[in-house]
Design a protein around this ligand. Structure first.
Ligand code: SF4
Length: 577
């Protein structure tokens, strides 16, 4: 039996700074780092070096390197056991070649405080200081009977940790730059935090920027020529624009943005990309209770009006770059649905298909149709996809398969592990297709390049990502808490939606649709009492925030508000009673 390998390159080489002033390994961690006395480390009173030397970090690193599922990393274990790509998997793929250094991290996950220019409904005061007064008015004030000045004191450690004078934090980051490989900037709003750019400028001045990859998650409100001039010096710059809806609804969820500003800036980002190859922009739509009803319109808007060249979900990485076109990814990811059956032996996602089965993919597809529901619907979709593609591309699956599959089989058989039935059960040993494999990759790349929308020379242009994970969302805005009847209405609406775009994009829509539906209808919270409580919270916050922001749910999201009205009326009646 193959030995499990739970190594995580983040645990070996990464450090995360949280908005609160505490530290962790990464944003999926469940544990904040502690000092030798068992106290959580805060950067207002401890140093970055203390965080790096924390016994908590060493303990987690040691556990993973000894193949123990440390509870800090539960989010990754859950994803992996469900057959999804975890953060660990993603980072190991890109950065697994790094080896640990004793003196400093090489992968940084930075959330430098809570300075933000917006107060999105999906956010909270720990991540945006703009939320303070509303949180006090609606939440802490009435519930805890606390004055506003006293309420503000609870956020002091954030300010103290990341203020401009905390030279330990900012100067240490600069000193780490020569050995830093990757920096991930998240909100608050990283573009608004001047010190972030002072650190990046230091990398340019040191001559280290060309070796550093950046990822910036921004609300897209701030983008000046200065940012382009500075960031173009870095190796690669991934920018995710968090935009959750279009036109008037854009500013309802992401208050106080305006659509004029956001859409104008999208064009600026596209222009920046045109001038600089090292920028990769993605529109990241996080689905929540306030936009799920309009997701078809959002999709139409970006694909049809703005002509975003590709649309992707986090779980379908294979259109984004040539190496992601590998069959390994194609067969491994749990989405799109029509390739899902090739991944699992069981429909429950517990076991990888071993390699010989992968090779007989089409036979397996046909012979196993009866085995499970997941397979049946996915198999149907696969057929539709195959039928549609020769018309739109124009290519024949049968013709291509005889070339590609035969070479693939030849290659796979040449890999010694292909006879090991346990082979594909471990991620470490999964079969890879890389540029060194010569002809086979060439054939596959040729095929990929023949499909205009996944042209390998164009796939790193601006794209759109639909994020169904909603890890950071408050439960009361999660789509899973919506009443069953409303979920059914949304399901019907999604199934009836036919995008007015090309056949290729229609296929991609089906991916999005599957992802959203599976999440919408998944039984994540089995306790109806919890869902009812979240629905009440949703109602409470909607009304409360409408009042403090001078907006109106019924006017901004009229169709959705009409559908929800009976539920709100019922909740109002309960509250009055
Ligand atoms: S295993 Fe997952 S949670 Fe743990 S450090 Fe790695 S990426 Fe973070």
């Amino acid at each position: 039996m193959s030995k499990t390998n739970l190594r995580c390159v983040i645990a070996d080489t990464g450090l995360g700074l949280h908005n609160s002033g505490r530290c962790y390994l990464c944003c999926h961690s469940r544990t904040y780092l502690k000092d030798d006395n068992g106290q959580e480390i805060y950067l207002d009173s401890s140093t970055l070096q203390d965080a790096w030397n924390s016994p908590t970090r060493v303990e987690i690193q040691h556990a993973l390197n000894n193949n123990i599922e440390h509870p800090n990393c539960t989010a990754c274990w859950e994803d992996e056991h469900a057959g999804k790509q975890s953060r660990r998997n993603h980072f190991n793929e890109s950065w697994g070649h790094l080896t640990a250094r004793a003196d400093q991290p090489q992968l940084l996950d930075l959330k430098m405080g809570n300075t933000c220019n917006m107060k999105c409904r999906t956010c909270n005061p720990e991540v945006s200081s703009q939320w303070y007064r509303e949180d006090w008015e609606l939440n802490a004030g009435p519930k805890e009977n606390i004055s506003y000045p006293d309420y503000l004191k609870r956020w002091r450690r954030i300010t103290a940790s990341y203020n401009d004078d905390n030279t330990n934090v900012w100067e240490t980051l600069k000193s780490w730059l020569p050995n830093t490989q990757y920096i991930d900037f998240y909100g608050a709003e990283p573009m608004l935090i001047k010190k972030n750019f002072e650190v990046l400028q230091a990398a340019v001045d040191q001559g280290t920027a060309k070796d550093i990859t950046l990822h910036i998650n921004t609300n897209g409100i701030i983008w000046e020529d200065y940012h382009e001039q500075l960031l173009k010096n870095f190796k690669t710059v991934f920018i995710d624009l968090s935009i959750d809806d279009v036109e008037d609804r854009c500013g309802y969820i992401r208050y106080s943005s305006t659509w004029d500003l956001v859409s104008g800036n999208i064009q600026k980002f596209i222009d920046t990309k045109t001038r600089n190859d090292n920028f990769i922009f993605t529109i990241c739509v996080t689905i929540n209770a306030l936009n799920i009803y309009y997701i078809d319109e959002i999709f139409d808007y970006f694909v049809t009006n703005i002509k975003i060249p590709c649309v992707d979900t986090q779980l379908v990485p294979w259109v984004h770059s040539p190496d992601k076109l590998s069959f390994e990814d194609w067969l491994r990811v749990p989405s799109p649905g029509h390739v899902q059956p090739a991944v699992w032996i069981n429909g429950d996602g517990t076991k990888w298909l071993h390699l010989p089965d992968k090779l007989n993919f089409s036979d397996w597809l046909i012979n196993n149709t009866e085995k499970n529901l997941l397979f049946q619907s996915a198999g149907k979709e696969y057929e539709v996809w195959l039928e549609a593609n020769p018309t739109s591309r124009p290519q024949e699956f049968v013709g291509l398969a005889s070339t590609i599959y035969s070479e693939w089989i030849e290659y796979a058989n040449a890999v010694p592990e292909s006879n090991d039935l346990e082979y594909a059960t471990t991620r470490e040993k999964q079969w890879r297709l890389d540029p060194d494999t010569g002809d086979l990759f060439g054939t596959w790349a040729e095929y990929a390049n023949a499909v205009p929308s996944i042209d390998s020379t164009k796939t790193t242009t601006t794209g759109m990502m639909i994020n169904c994970n909603m890890l950071h969302l408050p439960s009361h805005l999660s789509i899973k808490m919506l009443p069953l009847e409303i979920k059914q209405i949304i399901t019907q609406k999604l199934l009836a939606y036919k995008p007015t775009v090309t056949q290729r994009d229609e296929y991609k829509w089906q991916d999005q649709c599957d992802m959203i539906l599976s999440f919408l209808n998944s039984d994540i919270d089995n306790d109806p009492g919890n869902n009812a409580a979240y629905l009440k919270e949703f109602h409470y916050y909607t009304r409360g925030l409408d009042r403090t922001r001078g907006q109106c749910f019924e006017q901004q999201l009229p169709e959705f508000a009409a559908v929800l009205k009976p539920w709100f009326d019922q909740l109002d009646a309960e509250i009055t009673a």
